[in-house]
Design a protein around this ligand. Sequence first.
Ligand SMILES: Nc1ncnc2c1ncn2[C@@H]1O[C@H](COP(=O)(O)OP(=O)(O)OP(=O)(O)O)[C@@H](O)[C@H]1O
Ligand SMILES: [Mg+2]
Length: 345
Amino acid sequence: MTFLKLHAVRKSYGSVVALDSVDLSVKAGSRTAIVGPSGCGKTTLLRLVAGFDVPDSGTITLDGEVMAGDGQKVPAHRRNIGIVAQDGCLFPHLSVADNIAFGVNAERAVRHSRAAELMDMVGLDRAMLSRKPDQLSGGQQQRVALARALARKPRLMLLDEPFSALDTGLRVATRKAVTEVLSAAGIPTILVTHDQSEAFAFAEQLVVMQRGRFAQVGSPQELYARPVDPATATFLGEAIIVSAEVADGRADSELGQLPVEDHLYRGKAKIMIRPEQIVVTRATSKDQPSGTINDVSFCGPAFTARVTLHSSGASFHVNLPSHETMSSGEAVSVSILGKAHLFKS
Ligand SMILES: Nc1ncnc2c1ncn2[C@@H]1O[C@H](COP(=O)(O)OP(=O)(O)OP(=O)(O)O)[C@@H](O)[C@H]1O
Ligand SMILES: [Mg+2]
């Protein structure tokens, strides 16, 4: 069931079109992630949903009630939407406990016990409840902001880069904890992030934005495997995109002959494969394209290297498992697993 619906929502600031006729459906209890380059309109979208700003046209409906559009404007404080803004925005003069309990309508003792429970939930020590925000690290402040947004039991949660100040380990742990809290409470959530892997791990529905528009909406798996265009493909991860001649479900390119999903398309097209589809082996074979390894660098779980194909001179990055050390200048065979993705236009 659709819980939040945006229909043809537009917003301009002077000559800048921040949102250009955007449609979005968020199901009850679901998790949506929005990714896109800086300035593409992600925060603007959250601000319109939260009620901090008004669309120029279009409608925003929450749980069947029009929030904005059709001559309606429900003020932010009546929408019961939790938001964690990009900059946290804690009240500097209030303690952590008072920040979290701010806006909770209950007696002081109840509010403070609720604040303590929420500290556990977001993985912070209760001893910090009496501190002021400036006595916390950036990451701790972000988690207090999350606890504050959760305190009012919102019917929708909007998270704008909430984990960006956390280091990698803490970031993953906090994201998992927050996902569990929101899922257990059945609160539908929209997460804005710059981190594609975070969006993949978090979302059931992923939105890729480009210049105020939605380039593509779908499951993370679908968008990664079948992006609509090369820009979306490279935004979601490394992609090797080459020109090909396609016929009868096969693409002929500098990567050799590869199967494609579309059996009807015939003609010139761009095709894409992901680096993990490439297998590089030392033994050279006449039947497979050959290449030379260079630019080998260690990145933890794997080595990354560049392979230059002998046939065309085309080169691309590959990941090599850390146990298989290859050095620059080695000759290799290149084989490709699975199908290539076809961009028809
Ligand atoms: N109040 C404002 N006045 C004028 N222009 C604005 C205003 N708010 C946003 N913009 C412009 O609208 C566009 C979209 O901004 P928005 O903050 O939504 O981007 P974003 O996708 O959240 O970017 P980032 O990833 O950097 O946070 C930008 O070009 C921005 O400069
Ligand atoms: Mg933003």
